[in-house]
Design a protein around this ligand. Sequence first.
Ligand code: GLN
Length: 547
Amino acid sequence: MARYVFITGGVVSSLGKGLASAALGALLQARGFSVRLRKLDPYLNVDPGTMSPFEHGEVFVTDDGAETDLDLGHYERFTGVPARNTDSISSGRVYSNVLEKERRGDYLGKTIQVVPHVTNEIKDFLHIGEDEVDFMLCEIGGTVGDIEGLPFFEAIRQFSHDKPRGECIFMHLTLLPYLAASGELKTKPTQHSVKELQSIGIAPDILVCRSEHLIPNKEREKIALFCNVRKDSVVAAYDLKSIYEAPLAYHKQGLDQAVLDAFNISPAPKPDLQIWNDVYDRIHTTDGEVNIAIVGKYTQLEDAYKSFKEALTHGGMANRVKVNVSWVDAEVFDSEDAAPYLEGFHAILVPGGFGERGTEGKIKAAEYARINKIPYFGICLGMQMAVIEAARNVVGMADAGSEEFDYEAGKKRFEPVVYHLKEWVQGNAKIKRKTDDDKGGTMRLGSYDATLTAGSKVAEIYGSLTIEERHRHRYEVDTKYRAQLEDAGLCFSGMSPDGKLPEIVEWSDHPWFIGVQFHPELKSKPFAPHPLFADFVRAAVDSSRLV
Ligand code: GLN
């Protein structure tokens, strides 16, 4: 039966709860335990799939097709455990399940209330898969005291009492602000935040305190005394150069030991930190650097492209080079020459995206990379833009475009080289879609197989002719134009197993120009960089030598 660690946050948001949870997962694995990580989000969207990346950062897609919070990406990158649909839940999902049951008559005769009906629904979710792993790490989104979060806090409180004594612990993250005028770290906000937790019946076992300054022993003792935790359970979390230092840093501060102590696991198995020592070495011992442009439209919020940035960092680690990522707003050169904005970069990545805004700029970025033989990596929308560029500028179809943009504009302007996918095969099932379907959860989502062409660049990079990658798209390159595009030199080097859906295109006469319909960035890890990202950064290194 799994032991549960509930991770909550207080004082301010964005303290790095997700990172702390992921690092703890990695440390428990290093001690030989199996782990699973989960996120419980208080917002009312059923899932983050319909939220703007500006609002909530990137949407992380699981193999089984769930659109989830980006923290699940951290969990996967640190533990290598593929996230599942049942690892993410929101208030929206909880209420929608409860209301569905109410309509069906499951609670017939009863008044439906937050306690016990909503809290029971949350507890049922927490129980899923409890006999599969040693530790279940559950992070509650938001900050203690938020109105929306209350049912979740109440549910984990009840859950810990339903379980035998000693099977659940609570870990709370707070901030120790530094007052420069008096040169002091202040503990009062932490004390208040713990009080807030205690007032809803939760006493934290471990406090993780974020601080920009060294926490003196005296302050640690004060926190322990006033917050009713053991002194060795007050764990410091200092700012790090790279997030991948977090497992080693937390280990040094005693987080994993404190967790094992809280569960009375003694003697504690010795940790094997080889993987994280190697990761640390690859971040800090580098030879040279490359400059890569991410040409997108959600460039004001870095979290919107979280996994792309991380996968590029992993690619750098594979090649022992530092990757400097620059965010370039494609919209700026929608109607001007792209060259002044892109000159000097050793490689260009055009990520996924939705809607027409900025797409003319992205098409120009693809053209610039093709003509100047700069490595180009087009992902999802980035592949679609590369195909439209090829159709317009090499095949000569001046009005080539995507049905997505016509649909949005409400009028027909383009020859739809990229069309709305209405039917595809998933396992043994045929999936059908209509243009006016609901927006939530209706894309081609999750892991699908693809077959690669022998002798192609991608087959060489993957070292295999069959791959599995995660998808999240509604539109698709139309095979109707395949012959014309291939005659022009754009090779369709990866297809769905039934040969109907183009998954990869590459220019055969270019040093590195690859477009993929799927999202390889979601599967890359610091200790196992995705082969496409590792090779893309290698190509960027080659291109940097030519400059
Ligand atoms: N908007 C495009 C589609 O739905 C691309 C999606 C994406 O880049 N994830 O097909």
